[in-house]
Design a protein. Structure first.
Length: 482
């Protein structure tokens, strides 16, 4: 099926990429027991340097990334990450640090942790936080632990119900459930929004709170958020904000001002860190004043002009990661924030929203737009109509985009939209790129009616054509078996 051999298959016995000088130190007997000494070679592939370079270059060229083309993957914020972030994170002074070094020799790194936590609080309107969590979902899990610790401290462990709207990200109900809460799903209304009305039946002393995403996964701003916050607090509940998509509102509105108690951000989305392919990520958790005592240890504090770890937090939920988080990602995020400044961050959000609305307005005559109102950073179309008319599905549209050197949008999510196409252009794309995307979508739409079979077999220009997704997921063959 594919032209490229595995690196093991290219191995030729005795071939070398690098020759070490002959060892000029006498070989000494070791004290290691014979049973631990290797008697056979490792079986590592043997290749020359240029063979290795070509192998990985060829593999890399099969990959799609933001540096190659437009990547409007809704909710995932695949925006361009300025290369200066990489340069700063790769400075030797950062790379060579060890997490167990003495605090006095870690002052610069501690300052970064302290400053970034403070900046993120300023951006979100929260009081303090932790950078330890490694991803958005890890942030949510940490947030739920904070909820539990708060209720335990008040003798209110009977609060077990957590409201999660149907328009929320899939990780929300999963995190709530894993943390032992009973998930209560509430529907969005005809506008795609959560209203106070649907929450009313649950506003009692069994309620732990709500997990809300604003803008929600339809890309829509929850207009009743202030009333919702007031009512949840009135019955003693807490509000969790999924801030993975903070890029929609930076400099315009703040979850802290909306009344949220615990939030997470995705530094690997909004704050310009490369992601995809499984990480690394960073999902800082930020909290309102009353939640501060429960934050993970250690905190980083500034005392008499020097930074130090503070482990003295008796009510803390403890540690939630090995050391202090994915520090390299934190350095990138702080670099981005400092380069952008507050005006730049606000401008980034305005551009993200403008780009999404531009796409929405230009495409809504062609593709069905189930929730037709001003969007934030993303918009969600449905391929239901073309499917009914021509048999072409959201999946076919996505595959056809690949042939046009465009990464598909998120499809079949959010679940409340049939045949969903969730498009997030991000702020880093030009008008010309957006126009090319619009033309590609219009072209695909025309083909659906004229020659649907062509779309059914897309992609045609990739090394591997249409794969059987179900078999690939259920029966993956990921091992090299000789
Ligand atoms: C991406 C995303 C998450 C999950 O973040 P991970 O870092 O992938 O765990 C949660 N909520 C929303 C709204 C997201 O877009």
């Amino acid at each position: 099926m594919h032209g490229q051999k595995l690196i093991f298959e290219q191995s030729v016995s005795g071939r070398r990429g690098y020759l070490f000088p002959r060892c000029d130190v006498p070989v000494q007997e070791t004290d290691l027991p014979d049973s631990l000494l290797r008697v056979e070679t490792t079986g590592l592939p043997e290749l020359s340097e240029v063979e290795v370079i070509r192998h990985y270059q060829n593999l890399g060229r099969r990959n799609f990334c933001v540096d190659v083309g437009f990547y409007p993957l809704g909710s995932c914020t695949m925006k361009y990450n300025p290369k200066v972030n990489e340069q700063v994170a790769s400075l030797e002074g950062f790379l060579d640090l060890h997490p167990l070094q003495d605090e006095q020799t870690l002052q610069g790194m501690l300052q970064i942790i302290h400053r970034l936590t403070g900046d993120l609080c300023e951006i979100t309107g929260m009081t303090w936080g932790t950078l330890q969590s490694m991803a958005g979902a890890h942030g949510e899990y940490t947030g739920m632990k904070l909820f539990r610790a708060y209720f335990a401290s008040r003798g209110e462990s009977s609060r077990t119900r957590l409201i999660v709207p149907s328009s929320s990200h899939g990780t929300n109900p999963a995190s709530a459930h894993l943390s032992g809460f009973e998930v209560v799903e509430v529907p969005a209304d005809k506008r795609g929004l959560v209203t106070l009305d649907v929450l009313k039946p649950y506003l009692d002393d069994r309620l732990a709170g709500i997990m809300l995403t604003n803008p929600n996964t339809l890309g829509l701003y929850e207009v009743e958020v202030a009333e919702i916050a007031r009512e949840i607090h009135r019955v003693g509940g807490l509000l969790y904000y999924d801030g993975a998509n903070m890029n929609a509102i930076m400099g315009a509105s703040r979850p802290g001002d909306m009344g949220f108690d615990v939030i997470h951000l995705n530094l690997h989305k909004t704050f310009s860190t490369p992601h995809g392919g499984g990480g690394p990520g960073s999902g800082p958790v930020l909290v309102s004043k009353r939640m501060v005592p429960f934050l993970p240890v250690p905190d980083v504090v500034l005392q008499k002009g020097s930074y130090a770890f503070d482990w003295n937090r008796p009510e803390s939920i403890g540690k939630i990661s090995g050391f202090y988080g994915n520090i390299g990602i934190c350095i990138r995020a702080l670099t981005y924030i400092m380069v952008m400044g507050s005006d730049g961050l606000a401008e980034a959000s305005r551009m993200a929203v403008l780009n999404a609305n531009y796409l929405m307005e230009r495409l809504k005559g062609t593709f069905h737009l189930p929730y037709n109102r001003r969007c934030m950073h993303e918009c969600v179309f449905s391929a239901e109509r073309i499917k009914a008319d021509t048999g072409v599905t959201a999946l076919d549209v996505a595959k056809a985009l690949i042939d046009r050197n465009i990464h598909p949008p998120t499809i079949y999510f959010p679940l409340i939209v049939q045949e969903a196409l969730m498009i997030e252009p991000t702020e880093t794309e030009s008008r010309e790129t957006l126009d090319r995307f619009i033309e590609a979508m219009e072209d695909i739409h025309r083909l659906a009616y004229e020659d649907p079979s062509q779309l059914k077999s897309a992609p045609l220009r990739t090394e591997v054509g249409r794969v059987d997704d179900v078999a690939a997921a259920r029966n993956p063959r990921v091992c090299f078996c000789g």
